[in-house]
Ligand binder design. Structure first.
Ligand code: BTN
Length: 239
């Protein structure tokens, strides 16, 4: 695969691409053996040891940026299934779930360069940490591929498959990903807690809108929420 940068250590693979956006070509991929100040969604950290695979992909002027994050989730499921004997699902909007545990998180960030929007797709896969690691880190909902599938894919191979699938899905309109995305979603027809800056409310997740928003219903009727504003949990816990 062309344009893959392998680093020994980096603060954040997303930061690395962000600061080199102008000079690097479209489709550049960066990964590192360790990531010291990785970033997750909603201000969480994502420090990565050698047991994890942090990577970022630079997409220059991708078509249909709006729901790219959902399509990346789909691509990561496909890539994981191509290297491990397992079935991967999606917790809206793009947490990757195997056997009820989160094995991968995705952070897409837009970088504006003149009138051009570039997107940095950041992906962190839990590859081979132990159950004890997650217990000590107080991450009861997380798991690694090793724990959940019994397999440890070769990191370079997994990286290549993820990058390939992300590039394909990023070039495919959401309308063509819609059925497959929906098939993998674990939230539909379940009661969910919708957590936003304004507080929390409970509703039933009933559908995905054509733009990727989650369609919910409560006693006042149907409404849509976007992943930028709301995170979703099950009523009794994570799922
Ligand atoms: C989440 O909170 O679920 C998203 C986690 C995203 C982590 C990845 S690791 C590679 C890339 N670099 C970063 O700093 N973050 C993303």
């Amino acid at each position: 695969m062309e344009n893959v940068i392998f680093l020994d250590e980096v603060d954040s693979t997303n930061n690395y691409l962000k600061s080199r956006c102008a000079e690097l070509p479209d489709g550049s991929v960066v990964t590192a053996r360790t990531q010291t100040a990785g970033r997750g969604r909603r201000g969480h950290g994502w420090t990565a040891s050698e047991d994890m695979l942090p990577l970022s992909i630079l997409l220059k002027r991708p078509p249909e940026c709006e729901n790219l994050t959902a399509r990346v989730g789909l691509a990561v499921c496909e890539a994981i299934e191509s290297v491990c004997k397992t079935t991967a699902a999606i917790k809206w909007a793009n947490d990757i779930i195997i056997r009820s545990r989160k094995v991968c998180g995705i952070l897409c960030e837009s970088v504006f360069f003149g009138d051009c929007v570039n997107v940095i797709v950041g992906i962190g896969v839990n590859v081979s940490q132990s159950a004890e690691f997650f217990a000590a880190a107080d991450l009861p909902n997380a798991g690694s591929l090793l724990m959940l599938t019994g397999e440890v894919p070769e990191r370079g191979h997994l990286l290549k498959r993820i990058a390939e699938h992300v590039k394909i899905r990023a070039a495919t309109p959401f309308s063509e990903c819609y059925d497959e995305y929906k098939r993998r979603l674990i939230n539909l027809n379940k009661q969910v807690r919708l957590i936003s800056a304004n507080g929390e409310r409970t509703a039933v997740a009933v559908d995905i809108a054509p733009n990727g928003f989650l369609v919910c219903r409560d006693e006042n009727g149907e409404f849509e929420v976007s992943s930028g504003e709301v995170s979703v949990r099950g009523v009794d816990g994570y799922l």
